[in-house]
Design a protein around this ligand. Structure first.
Ligand SMILES: C[S@@+](CC[C@H](N)C(=O)[O-])C[C@H]1O[C@@H](n2cnc3c(N)ncnc32)[C@H](O)[C@@H]1O
Length: 298
């Protein structure tokens, strides 16, 4: 089993704990609820990693720079990643789909599957781009008979809006998504200039609209002397970016949890925002109530 995947910090544990508790509540409901128990349940982990990780020493994305003194490698503790956690949840899902592009990490997932003999026949591993696989998954699944929890846990802005839209269109997916609030999006938003070219495209792909321009910038009294045009000023804050993303989720999901969880580095700077949305009209009130409770800070 590959166990060298190094990323995250305390915030990673906070995130995974919320998702684990949700999976427990979800599978319980689908076992006891008369209407729900006729449906098949799926867990989809779209940026699945290797199954395990070593807490980051600071070199990974979204972390602080390496400290001058290196930690003792012997003292590093392997921790369970989202895929390993999902497989521990009982009564469990009818099927599991783990998506991972990195071949070494995908091999780690195969090792994880081999170590869960009881569930192994129900586990699929796709070594492909998550956006591609999820697009097919959303389209090809029979949503009259299936329901799914999808966890999107990318490093940065790897999730295309088209993927979120496809998942919302299923009317059968509950979505947990790690939005790269400070780790990527806020960094692209320069203070006195609206991003152009590649950065602008990345923001539009992330939000599914270019309305971020007017949401996050306003004309400024100062001239932009380089282009001899009126200048702009960034008005976006972590809060306004978060609200805008949640509003965007609401355009394609039945309900979005009002609460979201800011995951911060040790300097208390937000890196990510953990959000939840439910695409199923009937299940959404219960799903949102549970998620809102889990997302309450503290
Ligand atoms: C933050 S890690 C996921 C961690 C995992 N959820 C866990 O708890 O252990 C993101 C993972 O996504 C993978 N990845 C990056 N881009 C991808 C893509 N386009 N499709 C699928 N996987 C991708 C990376 O190789 C990495 O393992």
């Amino acid at each position: 089993m590959s166990r060298d995947h190094r990323f995250g910090g305390q915030w990673t544990a906070e995130k995974l704990e919320r998702v684990r508790k949700y999976l427990e509540a979800y599978t319980k409901i689908f076992t006891v609820n008369e209407r729900a128990k006729h449906l098949r349940t799926m867990y989809v982990d779209a940026f699945a990693g290797s199954g395990h990780r070593v807490p980051s020493t600071g070199t990974g994305p979204g972390t602080l720079p390496l400290p001058t003194s290196q930690p003792d490698p012997e003292a590093l503790e392997y921790q369970k990643g989202s895929a390993a956690i999902a497989l521990e949840v009982e009564p469990g899902f009818d099927s599991y789909l783990f998506i991972e592009t990195d071949p070494t990490r995908a091999a780690g997932l195969e090792g994880l599957r081999d170590s869960h003999l009881d569930k192994a026949p129900r586990i699929s591993i796709a070594r492909d781009d998550a956006n591609l696989v999820l697009g097919r998954f959303a389209q090809e699944t029979d949503w009259r008979r299936n329901r799914a929890v999808v966890f999107l846990d990318p490093y940065g802005m790897a999730v295309d809006w088209a993927t979120i839209q496809a998942l919302g269109g299923t009317h059968g997916v509950d979505l947990w998504i790690l939005f790269p609030l400070g780790q990527a999006v806020n960094r692209l938003l320069m203070r006195r200039e609206i991003p152009t070219d590649g950065w602008a495209d990345a923001l539009t792909r992330c939000f599914g609209t270019d309305e971020w321009r007017s949401e996050f910038y306003e004309p400024s009294a100062q001239m932009n002397w380089i282009d001899a045009e009126p200048g702009v000023e960034k008005i976006a804050t972590f809060s306004t970016i978060a609200v805008f993303f949640q509003k965007r989720l609401g355009t394609c999901f039945s309900r979005v949890a009002d609460n979201s969880l800011r995951l911060c580095n040790s300097r208390n700077t937000p890196l990510f925002l953990l959000c939840f949305a439910s695409a199923n009209e009937k299940g959404a009130p219960t799903a949102i109530r549970i998620a809102n409770d889990l997302l309450r800070e503290g």
